[in-house]
Design a protein around this ligand. Structure first.
Ligand SMILES: Nc1ncnc2c1ncn2[C@@H]1O[C@H](COP(=O)(O)OP(=O)(O)OP(=O)(O)O)[C@@H](O)[C@H]1O
Length: 633
């Protein structure tokens, strides 16, 4: 009996001890959690002061937003130089392919620094959350710029240790970044990295179709290029299974419906609109989000269900035997076909082109969207307050597949004999190679090789480029960011003046018989109204390493200073930098009839440009007072 009592007492003491130990352990656990949270907060505060944003609040806010909306919005914390270290805390299925930085180590024929944007990564932001909800640029800016409200009632540490573990992993990840060498400037950024989704593409498509289908003189079959669909579909079906997906087939059936309407002579715009609406609905099918195929979107925007052949495309504009090469870029080969120019850019292939990794379909899709957006400045129903004729007009866009035509190879080789091409002979392309063909108006000769006659022509060139940049700034926060003398084309045409509309104000600009066109939007930044398209130049340090005192390389370096290497934001000053570059070129690199007084005028204009923050401001400089004649709309 005594032993049993003693036993029970001992067991009781043991139980009490175990209970005590459990309580102590729990307390220690809680204390540890609190300690890690404090540590976490402290680090985030330090980082916030560097980044200029309240990261802790943003984590809390993101968490609460996640709980409420269950959205898959992506938060990315990264260094401005992502080729070294990029930490993505959350990712979605679409982000990676657009964000890839591709570096070519293969020796290529092209070695000049200024043409070697090797590590590309055009980034599309503020496009849409992955659930299909659209975040416009306004919202995107708000997320990035403003501190989210501090989450209230969040003081008590959550008991969910899994969540805690996630926080600590995040903190530990920051620790890594914090301990890496400090960036010189403010190079920490936080932004939502979203993905280009069909809803976005369909809006572009909607605009594109609208301008094409309701244009004054274009017949419907021409607009939608229906013969192409049937002609190519059989031939290419084997090579391009994507073109047979549900989206494409519904696109084709919608096109057929439009064809039917035309055939029976019912040119009722309501029916037409209805058919196009069907077409757009099919492209907004949420099921597509999961299997997003940039190639099929490219095809869609180009009005095709499958790729064409070069022969088909070029024969639309001229006898293919008469084709001639007119110029070349790092990726593009430009051919003149009759009255127009076809810029041919390979994509998605495994082989290197001119020593470079080929562009991806999504990159081409963005370049296509940039071109289409700038087309709107030629006076579409959406852009009546800002109009200009200076950005090269894109007449059509086509996806092609297969080898170069023999006539194109011949044209390429003839040009090579005269100009010593820096590019590889396109005969080397694989049979399955894909291309995008930008069918553009012929812009003439580039400024580098064009012979200017007199000071009036130089002034006209300056005023046209300044006006164009100002109009595009006003309409789309556009910055060209690469306006060297190879990207300005010139031709002599009859018109004495050109009409520009800037912020609703009509302006007639004197041409002195010269018409300028701006090409090559590879480095450009634009806000299309739905997304901000830009190229993250921080991933291409080589671009800023050009020779000292070279005007072009100095301009890239000045742009870097202005942007602080943050290329997604709007910095219209970069346009002013390129205007200053142009003035320098006109003073130092071009010969034409001019007096010393003309040169003084140019130099003082250049000085005044220092004080302007945008091309829009520069337009009102006294240098242009005799060149621009304003009138009310
Ligand atoms: N619409 C056009 N009209 C006349 N010539 C053109 C046209 N488009 C392009 N070219 C010629 O082709 C050349 C290459 O074009 P572009 O600069 O657009 O190609 P790219 O491959 O994008 O160049 P980059 O190397 O800068 O990436 C131009 O310098 C110009 O000589």
């Amino acid at each position: 009996m005594v032993m049993r009592v003693a036993d029970e007492k001992r067991r009781g003491r043991c139980d009490a001890l175990v209970a005590c130990r459990v309580v102590v352990m729990e307390l220690l656990c809680d204390l540890y959690v609190l300690f890690r949270q404090l540590q976490c907060k402290l680090r985030l505060r330090i980082m916030s002061s560097v980044a200029g944003v309240d990261l802790w609040s943003q984590i809390i806010a993101t968490e609460s937003e996640d709980q409420i909306q269950q959205q898959q919005t992506v938060i990315v914390y990264e260094r401005k130089n992502p080729q070294n270290e990029t930490l993505t805390t959350t990712t979605t299925k679409h982000v990676s392919s657009v964000q890839k930085n591709r570096v070519s180590f293969a020796p290529g024929k092209r070695t000049s620094w200024n043409r070697s944007l090797f590590t590309r990564g055009r980034t599309s932001i503020a496009v849409t959350a992955c659930d299909g909800n659209y975040y416009g640029p306004e919202k995107e800016k708000r997320i990035r710029k403003n501190k989210p409200p501090l989450a209230r009632e969040k003081g008590v540490p959550p008991q969910n240790y899994e969540k805690e573990r996630a926080y600590f992993q995040e903190v530990d990840a920051f620790e890594l970044l914090e301990e890496s060498p400090s960036p010189r400037n403010k190079t920490w950024v936080m932004g939502t990295k979203n993905c280009v989704l069909p809803s976005h593409i369909s809006t572009v498509l909607r605009k594109w179709l609208r301008t094409r289908s309701f244009g004054p003189s274009v017949s419907l079959s021409k607009i939608l290029e229906t013969p192409e669909l049937s002609r190519d579909s059989v031939h290419n079906a084997m090579l391009y299974p994507h073109s047979q997906n549900s989206c494409s087939s519904s696109f084709v059936s919608s096109i057929h419906r439009i064809e039917e309407i035309e055939t029976v002579g019912e040119k009722d715009t309501e029916d037409l609109g209805f058919a196009i609406h069907d077409l757009l609905l099919s492209s907004q099918d949420p099921a597509l989000d999961e299997h997003w195929e940039p190639v099929s979107d490219l095809l869609k925007v180009c009005g095709q269900s499958s790729p064409s052949t070069f022969t088909d495309v070029i024969s639309e504009y001229c006898d293919i035997q008469s084709i001639a090469k007119v110029g070349e870029g790092t990726y593009g080969e430009a051919f003149v076909a009759g009255q127009i120019v076809c810029k041919v850019v390979p994509f998605d292939g495994d082989s290197l082109v001119n020593g470079e990794v080929q562009k991806k379909a999504e990159e081409l899709l963005e370049e296509v969207m940039l071109s289409l957006t700038l087309n709107e400045l030629r006076g579409s129903d959406t852009q009546i307050h800002n109009v200009c004729p200076t950005f090269i007009k894109t007449l059509s866009l086509r996806v092609c597949a297969g080898a170069y035509d023999d006539a194109m190879i011949r044209a390429w080789e003839e040009w090579d004999k005269k100009h010593f091409s820096e590019n590889d002979n396109p005969i080397e392309f694989a049979e399955k190679q894909r291309f995008v063909v930008f069918v553009q108006e012929h812009g003439g000769q580039d400024l580098e090789s064009f012979v200017l006659l007199n000071f009036n022509e130089a002034c006209s060139l300056l005023v046209q480029i300044t006006m164009a940049l100002a109009v595009a700034e006003a309409a789309f926060e556009f910055e060209h960011r690469d306006l060297h003398w190879g990207n300005i084309l010139l031709s002599r045409k009859g018109s004495e003046t050109l009409l520009f509309i800037l912020d609703g104000k009509k302006m007639h600009v004197k041409t002195y018989g010269l018409v300028a066109s701006i090409i090559d939007f590879t480095l450009s930044r634009i806000n299309t109204g739905e997304s901000i398209l830009f190229l993250d130049l921080s991933s291409d340090p080589e671009l800023f390493e050009g020779p000292k005192r070279d005007k072009q390389s100095e301009t890239y370096r000045k742009m870097k200073q202005v942007t602080e290497d943050c290329w997604e934001e709007s910095f219209p000053k970069t346009n002013v930098l390129w205007l200053q570059y142009l003035v320098d070129i006109l003073l130092q690199k071009k010969n034409y009839d001019r007096t010393s007084r003309d040169e003084r005028e140019l130099r003082s204009f250049n000085k005044r440009l220092n004080g302007y923050k945008s091309a829009r401001e520069s337009v009102f400089d006294p240098f242009f007072s005799d060149l621009i004649m304003a009138s009310d709309v």
